[in-house]
Write a protein that binds this ligand. Structure first.
Ligand code: DHB
Length: 454
């Protein structure tokens, strides 16, 4: 339980004089930066352990006419890494090196001339002193939006270009990054932002990096069984029946989206068709890249390779190979025991269902989460929607052996973005499990390309 609840009103004015200075060596280069830490980013915080932000700025941006990597104090992009994992609360990140001396994303970004704005956010277990839950949905996204608004409110006091805010997160944090990217300025969040005294500013961002986003939660159970049905692991007979039922619901969802890549990406009642082939095309591209990079795939008999070209994969055998990690249903637990049930709880109820299927098949006394709140946690509802400023640039990565959610989820997200006219780079790195930040050099090459120095 947090002891950081407060009734005090906080100032939204950034104090440019309250900093420390740090020097770190990255790749034989000394990076010197100012640290502004634990800044409360709303007027009426519910919890000052989490509703805070760390800001780090290369010292060059306080000296006249200095630039790094083609950026200066006015043009530097703002790297916005969120710390959310498991839909838990998270405290702001800070620049660091790991045990082998490699910089984390924030430190690498500083070395490349980015300003870092690292927000904390409430999560599903955050509680007030009186025991009420204060971080249930939509708190995580409301907090990230508040931090973006704080940056715009103080844009003349903090170096960096608030029109070049680039969000980054992994897993639940990848989902939060997707949500921040998708929902810019949408009014659904306004009452929540007002309640905590967020600055009256825009909250749209320029770009979103999403590593293995655990997103589209209200469709994630059916997507999981579309992929893993038949890969039964230790599932009980009841769970296998649930898997069959969930799998059968997925085609109607995909077909309702009207996704299109030259042809409509539909599925037949058995879950076969153009959408499946489109998902396969990402796996084929991933295997091809691995092959080209020298990976030996010859043991994987379900991959067809002809003269050095990957021409096909057997989708069912791919699912066996990736293997199931969660029993059905993977997200809306029938006994309310999953992280996502906790996310959709309320001030007084720890966990709820968030799908009709979960509610109808519940094995415990339970409630169904408010449908408006479920809507607010799914970026699919906002991409290209009216009165919404979705980020222009997206980079989505989901490892080829990540079993935390179905590969269909990032493919659906990316295709929706593409179909609505946004710029998306989706890849399924070979051999990669559930994780993020494993390709930071490629990430910053992509960012430098879209932010204008390359
Ligand atoms: C995360 C992983 C999960 O499998 C999940 O269901 C939710 C969140 C995570 O790592 O953030």
């Amino acid at each position: 339980m947090s002891s950081e609840n407060t009734t005090k009103e906080y100032s939204l004015e950034f104090d440019p004089y309250n900093y420390t200075e740090t020097a770190v060596t990255v790749d034989d280069k000394t990076v010197i930066y100012r640290s502004y830490e634990s800044i409360v980013y709303v007027k009426y915080p519910v919890d000052t352990t989490y509703q805070i932000m760390n800001i780090y700025v290369p010292v060059e941006y306080y000296e006249k006419d200095q630039s790094i990597n083609g950026y200066n104090a006015k043009t530097a992009p703002i790297f916005f890494p969120n710390p959310i994992g498991g839909y838990m609360p998270g405290t702001p990140m800070s620049p660091s090196v790991d045990f082998s001396g490699d910089p984390n994303g924030a430190l690498l970004a500083l070395s490349k001339g980015y300003v870092i704005a690292a927000p904390g956010a409430r999560g599903r277990t955050t509680q007030a002193d009186n025991g009420l839950y204060t971080g249930k949905a939509p708190a995580c996204i409301v907090d990230l939006k508040s931090a973006v608004r704080y940056l715009r409110y103080n844009k003349n006091l903090i170096p960096g270009d608030t029109e070049k805010i680039v969000s980054c997160g992994t897993s639940a944090g990848g989902a939060a990054s997707a949500l921040l990217g998708a929902t810019g300025n949408n009014k659904d969040y306004e009452p929540y932002l007002k309640a905590i005294g967020a600055a009256a500013e825009r909250d749209d961002i320029f770009a979103a990096q999403c590593y293995c986003p655990i997103t589209n939660l209200d469709n994630a159970d059916t997507a999981y069984e579309w992929l893993f049905n038949g890969v039964n692991g230790t599932m009980t007979d009841d769970q296998i029946t649930i898997s069959d039922q969930l799998k059968s619901l997925f085609p109607a969802y995909v077909n309702s989206l009207g996704l299109n890549k030259g042809t409509e990406l539909a599925l037949d009642a058995d879950g076969n068709g153009p959408f499946k082939n489109y998902v396969k095309s990402f796996l084929i591209a991933s295997a091809q890249k691995a092959l080209d990079d020298g990976t030996d795939l010859s043991d994987l008999t379900w991959i067809t390779i002809t003269d050095g070209t990957v021409t096909d994969i057997d989708f069912n055998e791919y699912a066996e190979y990736a293997s199931r990690y969660k029993a059905a249903p993977a997200f809306d637990g029938l006994d309310l025991s999953h992280a996502e049930n906790g996310l959709f709880g309320s001030a007084t109820i720890n966990a709820k269902h968030f799908t009709q299927f979960g509610m109808e098949n519940s094995t415990v006394d339970s409630f169904l989460a408010d449908e408006h709140i479920v809507k607010m946690l799914n970026p699919m509802n906002y991409i290209g929607a009216q009165n919404t400023d979705t980020a222009q640039y997206w980079r989505i990565r989901h490892g080829a052996v990540d079993r935390d959610t179905s590969i269909a989820i990032p493919v659906i997200l990316a295709t929706k973005l593409d179909n609505e006219g946004f710029n998306v780079d989706l890849a399924i790195p070979w051999g990669q499990g559930h994780g993020g930040d494993y390709d930071l050099d490629e990430l910053f090459t992509w960012l430098d390309n879209i932010c204008g120095t390359n």
